[in-house]
Design a binder for this molecule. Structure first.
Ligand SMILES: Nc1ncnc2c1ncn2[C@@H]1O[C@H](COP(=O)(O)OP(=O)(O)OP(=O)(O)O)[C@@H](O)[C@H]1O
Length: 338
């Protein structure tokens, strides 16, 4: 207990700002902290004289422990996440489907890098994403090992639903809840302790509609959303509300949404993004690409300056295709002089 930051490092005012519910704890335990705002909780407690301790029926040893327990439990209850500071994710080589060692030793992926994963259908792209999500420790068919900040990952990443290491955007996104879009987003925003819920909900729906073809609004039932719409909603929700430091994306191109815009939304400066893709534009947007063959990582290629130039060309072609898609959807007749 002696070294707990909650007790020894944060001032009472910092503590109350970070965990507004701590005020309840002070009130319930009749702790007059008002004039000790710039002191730590420990500094406050040691000012108690013997008399005061008796008056307040305080167990000084226990009260610090109770405060820490209370904050931890409230955080868990409210689904608050720690600030997940991850500077580096490491994949340590395992084996391919034939049991041969993979074609690399160790791949370090830093904060704000985008990595694409390419390879034929069935080669093992989703498996690699699953290894990262599970923080595999040589306990999956690939025998890979995942390290966080060069260390063995904390078990909390695996077992706590409140402390998600990754935000996973998978191919199937099935909502089973009987809620409107507004209710769903409000619930999520509340659980993340967001202050301005209305504004955040509005931001998410605007971003989602920016990605989806057909517009939907806050009163739409979650179950009535199309595949593309629910995907767009999940992407906007993840980008704006999720504190997970790693985002895993499985084949965003099949989602029927504007994938480039989706990626821009997701790639905030402090996240690591890994995406499995069959789309050359998305593959080249990445800083590096992992080539998967027969279940193993065969190569890791850094996107070259020449490829970045090609990406510009691909973008132009892509715009033409997107425009055609949109015209076709609107029932227009295409002309050959595009
Ligand atoms: N190294 C490995 N050893 C054993 N099995 C593996 C290995 N890598 C992948 N697999 C298995 O191979 C199958 C296909 O892999 P996966 O679904 O990841 O392919 P994919 O590249 O994502 O395919 P798609 O492009 O069709 O989505 C899965 O059952 C997966 O568990």
């Amino acid at each position: 207990m002696k070294n707990n930051d909650l007790i020894n490092k944060l001032t009472i005012s910092e503590l109350s700002n970070k965990y507004p519910f701590a005020e309840n704890f002070f009130t319930e335990n009749h702790l007059p902290v008002e004039t000790f705002q710039d002191k730590t909780f420990h500094e406050f407690i040691v000012t108690f004289s013997e008399d005061k301790i008796e008056d307040f029926a305080l167990d000084v040893e226990k009260i610090e422990e109770s405060l820490v327990d209370y904050i931890e439990q409230m955080k868990l209850f409210l689904g608050m996440e720690e600030e997940n500071s991850i500077d580096m994710l490491t994949i340590v080589a395992g084996q391919d489907k034939s049991g041969n060692k993979e074609g690399f030793e160790r791949l370090d992926i830093h904060k704000s890098e985008i990595i694409s994963i390419v390879g034929p259908t069935g080669s093992g792209k989703s498996r690699l994403l699953a290894d990262i999500e599970w923080t595999a420790q040589k306990d999956t068919p690939t025998q890979r090992q995942i390290l966080i900040n060069s260390e063995l990952p904390d078990k909390k990443w695996r077992y706590s639903s409140n402390n998600k290491l990754v935000a996973q955007l998978s191919q199937n996104m099935n909502f089973v809840m009987d809620l409107s879009v507004k209710e769903f987003l409000e619930l999520h925003a509340q659980s993340r302790m967001i202050e301005d819920i209305d504004e955040t909900v509005e931001k998410i729906i605007t971003a989602a509609n920016n990605l989806a073809g057909e517009q939907f609004d806050l009163t739409t039932a979650i179950t009535a959303l199309s595949g593309g719409q629910s995907r767009a909603l999940m992407i906007a929700d993840t980008a704006i509300l999720s504190s997970s430091p790693i985002v895993l994306i499985d084949e965003i191109e099949n989602a029927g949404i504007d994938r480039k815009k989706a990626l821009e939304l997701l790639v905030s400066s402090d996240k690591i993004v890994l995406m499995a893709t069959h789309d050359p534009t998305l593959a080249l947007i990445a800083d590096k690409r992992i080539i998967i063959k027969n279940g193993g990582i065969s190569k890791i290629i850094t996107t070259s300056p020449e490829e970045k130039k090609i990406l510009k060309k691909l973008d132009e072609m892509d715009d033409i295709i997107q425009k055609m898609r949109s015209d076709l959807r609107k029932g227009e007749i295409l002309k050959s002089d595009f």
